[in-house]
Design a protein around this ligand. Structure first.
Ligand code: AMP
Ligand code: MG
Length: 496
């Protein structure tokens, strides 16, 4: 094995830069005044085969802040377009981020290391290319929480405080996130070339994406149709996973939809407290386009935009291509349903699949909705309710109207009796499907406020710590409770 020299904190192995020049702008991050390392992700750096001490060194901090570019890489800003709230914007791109380079993790997989908040690029439009520290902390907390909930996501390697200020509604300290992603190719990347009718580039991007993400279909004759099917499937699975933890992405534009099926861009996202499909957090989502309950529909819409881009590769005959595409897109609702029903069944302790399950699931959601109770804690206390009488009382305590839930509970117990498993075992298995800790918005906001206003990172650290084991009860942490009415923070902002 090659020994890492000091200048090789990252053993870059870049491929995106080999694509044609119209795919990116080669650009270095813009240096910052006084970088300080606020947070380094020990587990992730280990997974990526990086050395912790080197990353913590002056050189490491210089690289993570963009002040030094290692000689073994060529940073670049990726170009893309995208449908934002349904409207096509033909020119977007990394306006406040650069792809520092790609590395191979211990598992042999390729990952992008991107610096977000790294200064202006030619895609910055009117933006300053920077990010306030608050949204950087937010992305770190929530993306890591998603990872530990078992949901595909970009991850966060480090937080740098820049020692500079950025002007938003107020003057705020600046931050830089090192984001790790299995790639940053978005539906919007395809749309950029497709809108220009640059079919050669669409084909090049498709081939690159297939080789990078779905190598198993590369030698198939109908690889582009299979590519579409793969993207449809991983997105159906992803959105089903979001729904089952109450995650609301908040800005499901096509430029924020990765073809790898990971969650990306933690701007105005939040976790729902009370179960209500109409829940919207994002302040700018006036019409609730990206509400909790709309997410599957919106993902299908986004996928239809992707399908349009690669249609000519699927079949040169437009009519035939349309037929194939429609056929593929029509599988999305069933796929989503399959992933969703399996996961929510398991949340209810149904590990066998029986006909009556759907009715029980729907009834449970209906009661939760009517009684406006907390999504996460209700599933969690239900899981624990079969352990003992005290916990059963705790579960029932959140329902104002006891009658419907008592009837439902009795039917549920009857249904559990059909599982080939003891109640203790079912309870344990359910607890592994129903988190106790999620990054609730009021907690994330409080942690950010403490960090940004007072330089106190203790709550950020506590949150990150409990969210690493979201299914495990911890005595000393009171970070699982939903907000009291005076604590609730109902709006989120992009923070760009
Ligand atoms: P987002 O809302 O984060 O998905 O970003 C949408 C687009 O705006 C992307 O092309 C970003 O690169 C760009 N953008 C967002 N914030 C900034 C900023 N502060 N400076 C420059 N570009 C930005
Ligand atoms: Mg974005």
């Amino acid at each position: 094995m090659k020994k890492k020299t000091k200048s090789q904190i990252f053993k870059f192995d870049n491929t995106y830069v080999s694509l044609p020049k119209n795919f990116y702008q080669k650009i270095n991050p813009v240096p910052v005044k006084k970088p300080t390392l606020i947070k380094l992700n020990h587990e992730l750096l280990n997974f990526l085969d990086l050395d912790e001490n080197s990353l913590k060194s002056n050189l490491g901090i210089s690289i993570l802040s963009g002040n030094k570019v290692p000689s073994n890489t060529t940073p670049l800003a990726m170009v893309y377009a995208g449908h934002q709230f349904g409207n096509f914007v033909k020119q977007l791109g990394d306006g406040r981020a650069v792809l520092l380079g790609e590395i191979i993790a211990k598992n042999g997989q390729r990952y992008d290391i991107q610096l977000k908040g790294s200064g202006q690029t030619s895609f910055s439009r009117q933006g300053d290319g920077r990010s306030p520290l608050g949204p950087v902390i937010r992305e770190y907390i929530i993306s890591e929480a998603m990872h530990y909930l078992g949901i595909p996501t970009t991850r966060s390697l480090s937080i740098i405080s820049t020692g500079e200020f950025v002007k938003r509604e107020r003057i705020e300290p600046g931050g830089i996130l090192a984001r790790v992603s299995s790639s940053h190719i978005r539906i919007g990347t395809f749309e950029f070339f497709s809108a220009k009718k640059d079919l050669v580039s669409v084909k090049k991007l498709s081939d690159y994406s297939i080789k990078r993400h779905f190598a198993e279909i590369w030698s198939s004759k109908n690889r582009y149709k299979l590519f579409l099917d793969k993207v449809i499937e991983c997105q159906a699975k992803l959105v089903a996973q979001w729904m089952n933890v109450g995650f609301i992405h908040g800005v499901m534009n096509t430029d924020n939809t990765c073809i790898s099926g990971q969650t990306i861009d933690y701007g105005p996202c939040a976790f729902m407290n009370k179960f209500d499909p109409n829940t919207v957090y994002s302040f700018i989502d006036t019409y609730g386009r990206y509400s909790y309950g709309n997410q599957p529909k919106i993902m299908l819409w986004n996928l239809s935009k992707f399908a349009e881009c690669i249609s000519f590769l699927i079949n040169q005959n437009e009519e035939k291509a349309n037929k194939i595409i429609l056929n593929s897109l029509s599988t999305f609702p069933q796929l989503f349903e399959k992933f969703w029903i399996k996961a929510i069944s398991e949340k209810l302790g149904f590990f066998l699949s029986l006909k009556e399950d759907r009715k029980l699931i729907e009834k449970f959601l209906e009661i939760m909705f009517k009684q406006k109770i907390d999504f996460t804690l209700t599933f969690r206390t239900l899981s624990e309710s079969i352990e003992n009488e005290k916990k059963k009382i705790k579960f029932f305590s959140s329902f104002k109207n006891k009658k419907p839930i008592t009837t439902w509970y009795n039917d549920w117990i009857k249904r559990l009796n059909k599982e080939n498993s003891s109640k203790e075992k079912i309870s344990k298995k359910m607890q592994n499907k129903n988190p106790l800790f999620i990054p609730r918005n009021h907690l994330v906001e409080k942690a950010i406020n403490n960090a940004v206003e007072k330089g106190d990172f203790s709550m950020t650290n506590d949150l990150i710590k409990v969210l690493k084991k979201p299914f495990e009860y911890k005595e000393n942490f009171n970070l699982s409770e939903p907000p009291k009415p005076n604590q609730d923070i109902k709006n989120t902002f992009c923070g760009t």
